[in-house]
Write a protein that binds this ligand. Structure first.
Ligand code: SF4
Ligand code: FES
Length: 246
């Protein structure tokens, strides 16, 4: 079927501001949005800039706004969008991060936030002869956040970042902190607190649930954030009690 991709274009060397351009292409209802973008770049306009790598929903690099919603271009079929012959699909870059070119945003701030929560196992205790064994239940407790592919969709969709506090750490960074906060082998919560326990950290989250709604991995992001808030509050009350007992 013949379909029009309406794509936001922006060349920082030529354009004062972004604009939209239309590309009419032949695709199947089962084609992915990424197939259309690759076809346009290959046969129509080689200057079109967008990120992609795995093309199978693993690397998280091709998150973008497709018909106004954060989605992975490689996981979005035209039929999922209700596309009909002669129809139109609007494609824009993610929000909340500086625009680089066409569909590409500068991801540095997103990854700075991710790095700030120290997203790795922290435990100075000797591992013992059998390494750090986990029970199935302990592994299950961190299953959700391990699915994150750092696509940035939740960051883009977060109304707190866009409308209230652009310095908010963001849902993905908090989620990836929770990956270790609830890991039975980890002892690093005190080291993560400077990034998490501050007004622009975890407490800026207002549980708007947009992160959960757009996550292409189906992660219950808001739930993980709220569980992490509760864990920090428990740690605070333990500390307070210990001080009172002295
Ligand atoms: S939590 Fe979901 S939406 Fe956010 S970065 Fe990870 S995979 Fe993407
Ligand atoms: S290209 Fe890797 S997730 Fe889409």
């Amino acid at each position: 079927m013949l379909i029009t991709f309406q794509i936001q274009r922006y060349d920082p060397e030529k354009d004062a501001s972004p604009h939209f351009e239309d590309y009419e292409i032949e695709l199947e209802p089962e084609s992915r949005v990424l197939d259309g973008l690759v076809r346009i770049k290959t046969y129509v306009d080689g200057s079109l800039a967008f990120r992609k790598s795995c093309a199978h929903g693993i690397c998280g690099s091709d998150a973008m706004l497709i018909d106004g919603e954060e989605r992975l271009a490689c996981k979005t079929l035209l039929r999922d969008l209700g596309a009909k012959p002669g129809g139109r699909i609007r494609i824009e870059p993610l929000k909340g991060l500086p625009l680089q070119r066409d569909l590409m945003v500068d991801q540095e701030k997103f990854f700075d936030a991710y790095r700030s929560v120290k997203p790795y196992l922290i435990n100075d205790e000797p591992p013992g002869p059998k390494e750090r064994i986990q029970s199935p239940a302990e592994r299950e407790a961190i299953d959700e956040p391990t699915k994150c592919i750092l696509c940035g969709s939740c960051y883009s969709a977060c109304p707190v970042i866009r409308e209230k506090n652009p310095e908010f750490l963001g849902p993905a960074a908090v989620l990836n902190a929770s990956r270790f906060v609830f890991d039975s082998r980890d002892r690093g919560l005190p080291e993560r607190l400077p990034a998490l326990d501050r007004p622009d950290g975890i407490w800026a989250c207002e549980s708007k649930f947009r992160c959960t709604q757009v996550c292409p991995r189906g992660i219950k992001v808001t739930k993980s954030i709220n569980l992490t808030k509760a864990r920090i509050e428990t740690l605070r009350s333990i500390k307070k009690k210990a001080m009172g007992d002295l």
